[in-house]
Design a binder for this molecule. Structure first.
Ligand SMILES: Cc1cc2nc3c(=O)[nH]c(=O)nc-3n(C[C@H](O)[C@H](O)[C@H](O)COP(=O)(O)O)c2cc1C
Length: 414
């Protein structure tokens, strides 16, 4: 019987354990978690979501308060078109986050950064170009382009000296999306180094509609592998979404995937950036506590725990401090939903917005508990302690469980 450790992910001459810890913003897949994956010979992701906030939290910078100071006069206005990111601040924050993570890297693995296209930041092209360039400058091993089709993202960095040597990959949820990406980028003569195929059971934003349950990762991986074969393309495919045990992972590797990308099981590790109290909520969750909804202003369905404190909160939009989801015209669907509720309840001291959430504020504060579909199984991966809490795991423990286990077994901690 095979196990994950019988396989290796090959990037040119480099051989890696075929385990990737997926990007989880905002700072959920933090440097500590990514560094463990690299130390153990796999691939870890940091995320560049809300990187200025992340830099403030770890490096004593003041990007958020400086930006808020600059736009304070606009806080009560519903027109956010004047709110812009300072590109040099964005560059510095990215360099802090990436540079210090890479300095701390040990072992034979790699560290990638997850860049979501849907973080349009008031000026989609300029800010994304700066995020990608600064990450490459700061020495990131690779970039995973996510949450969006990224049809023009490669072109934004085609002049960068590391454009052809850094590992660049994309996340897709269908062979159709992959075909679109490849056709659009054909003129660059630069294929992606890897393709993450993310199915409907993943955490975070989904590349599916509310009919996600009709889709299945094995089928999509088969379609993507067949598509690559017809096109005579040899690009490693990384399967993601709902891979909960070492045996699940092995099945994808036997099917032809080059690696697996995992996230949910690492949310309850000590290294993971979620506060410990939130990790306990993940452990406690039952299947009924998990939903896919349309609360995210990005327009993509998102999976989360129904008990997330950010659901139904009616806070004033915080775009002057954050503003990561503002489009090129300064719009965000949360602003519209908030203004509608204020107009409907002019005398209310506190309002509730039910259909959208201020994702920047709530993700920053860990108040939207996004999670994979199998979060309800996390309680079976650990021990219950005498005080009724669940024992947190080490990232190494979970990584090795995926790497070495067989027979659908899950190794419990001592
Ligand atoms: C808490 C959490 C946050 C996530 N955030 C992101 C993100 O910011 N960007 C992204 O591309 N994927 C995100 N994902 C998806 C993961 O990177 C990964 O592909 C997927 O969840 C793997 O499935 P699994 O969680 O069932 O193992 C997130 C997943 C979780 C659980």
């Amino acid at each position: 019987m095979k196990r994950v450790d019988d396989f290796r992910l090959h990037f040119g001459k480099q051989e890696l354990v075929p385990i990737v810890i997926g990007g989880m913003g905002v700072d959920i897949s933090n440097a500590e978690l990514a560094l463990e994956a690299a130390r153990l010979g796999g691939i870890g992701h940091i995320s560049d979501a809300m990187v200025q906030t992340v830099s403030d939290r770890h490096f004593d910078t003041r990007f958020v308060s400086d930006k808020l100071k600059l736009y304070k006069h606009n806080v009560a206005s519903s027109d956010k078109s004047s709110v812009q990111f300072c590109l040099t601040a964005l560059e510095e924050a990215t360099r802090n986050h990436v540079g210090r993570t890479m300095e701390a890297k040990r072992g034979d693995g790699m560290i990638f950064i997850n860049c979501m296209e849907k973080l349009t930041m008031g000026a989609p092209r300029d800010t994304l170009r700066m995020r990608l360039t600064a990450a490459l400058d700061a020495g990131i091993d690779g970039i995973t382009l996510s949450a969006g089709l990224h049809l023009g993202s490669f072109a934004l960095i085609e002049d960068h000296p590391r454009f052809r040597t850094a590992k660049l990959g994309i996340i897709v949820s269908s062979s159709r999306a992959l075909g679109m990406f490849l056709r659009k980028n054909a003129r660059l003569n630069r294929l992606p180094d890897f393709i993450v195929v993310e199915g409907p059971l993943a955490g975070g934003h989904l590349g599916f509609g509310l009919d996600w349950a009709k889709y299945d990762l094995h089928t999509i991986v088969t379609e993507v592998l067949a598509y690559l074969k017809t096109e005579h393309l040899d690009i490693p495919v990384i399967a993601a979404g709902g891979i909960f045990t070492g045996s699940d992972a092995t099945a994808f590797l036997e099917q032809g995937a080059a690696a697996v990308q995992l996230a949910t099981r690492f949310t309850v590790t000590r290294e993971c950036g979620l506060p410990d109290k939130v990790k306990q909520e993940y452990f406690k969750a039952s299947e009924d506590d998990i939903e896919v909804n349309t609360l995210s202003p990005t327009g993509y369905p998102m999976r989360m725990l129904k008990g997330s404190p950010g659901i139904g909160a009616g806070i004033r939009p915080n775009c002057e401090a954050y503003g990561y989801l503002l489009d090129a015209k300064g719009n965000c669907s949360y602003i519209d939903a908030y203004n509608r509720e204020v107009a409907l309840h002019p005398d209310a001291k506190k309002i509730s917005v039910k259909d959208k959430t201020c994702l920047c504020t709530h993700m920053r504060n860990f108040d939207i508990w996004t999670c994979g579909q199998y979060t309800w199984r996390l309680k079976d991966t650990t021990q219950r302690l005498p005080d009724d809490t669940y024992q947190l795991l080490s990232a190494e423990h979970v990584f090795h469980d995926y790497q070495f286990s067989i027979d659908q077994k899950i190794m419990l901690p001592d």
